[in-house]
Design a binder for this molecule. Sequence first.
Ligand SMILES: *[C@@H]1O[C@H](CO)[C@@H](O)[C@H](O)[C@H]1NC(C)=O
Length: 236
Amino acid sequence: MLFSKLTTPTLFLAALSTASPLPAHTQSLPACPTTFTTSTAGIPAHEIASLFSSTTVPLHPSAAADIEHIRATVALYGIALDGKNWPMLEQVFTSDVRANYSAVGVMEGIEAIQTTLEASLEPVGFTQHQFSTTVIQLCRDETVDAATGEHGGAAPGKTAAVSIAYTTTAHFPVGPDGAMLPTLDAAAVLTGYVMYQDVWVKEEVDEGAEWRIRKRNTITMVSLNLHHWTVEEAQD
Ligand SMILES: *[C@@H]1O[C@H](CO)[C@@H](O)[C@H](O)[C@H]1NC(C)=O
């Protein structure tokens, strides 16, 4: 387990001494669900609804900008992958991100994400990530790493957030010359259904603050190979 709950008085005092007063709207936020902040594996889809229904609070007006920024960053991830723009992922993830992409593997640090995703999409002509259902909850992250005494998802005094985002991703082949095919049989498109489960932190940058993903787990809902499906159906 990457992040575990605070266990020793020494660490508790260490955490308190570095904490600064929370912004007003952070104080009124619920604690982040620890299932999100501590789990190194994806949370089963049937458990997600109860996690959000127990933590949702009325939205403070100042939180709307944070939520919109997070939603835009979810989309930025999609266009980075669709454009095979690996440097752009630095606008999406923290440098010390830990991401568990189940079948693709567990990646530690932004460079591991960049090289692993580049390699895994190398055989694919191009992708289209289509984000749909997205739920974002601002929260206070109270998990503390027992080994380091550091907060699990966010620095002390910072607002954190947890989110889920569904994406349906189409993987398209390209022609022998590497160019996009003018027309495409649906059977040649591989469609994946994934739920991203993210823990966000707000990082200070020159011109203000940016939201970045510090921890990501993925749940693959189903990976549908339309080619095989079509062939089998046709043979029935
Ligand atoms: C990564 O996620 C998968 C799927 O949720 C899980 O089975 C696996 O145990 C996780 N790996 C680690 C190291 O937690």
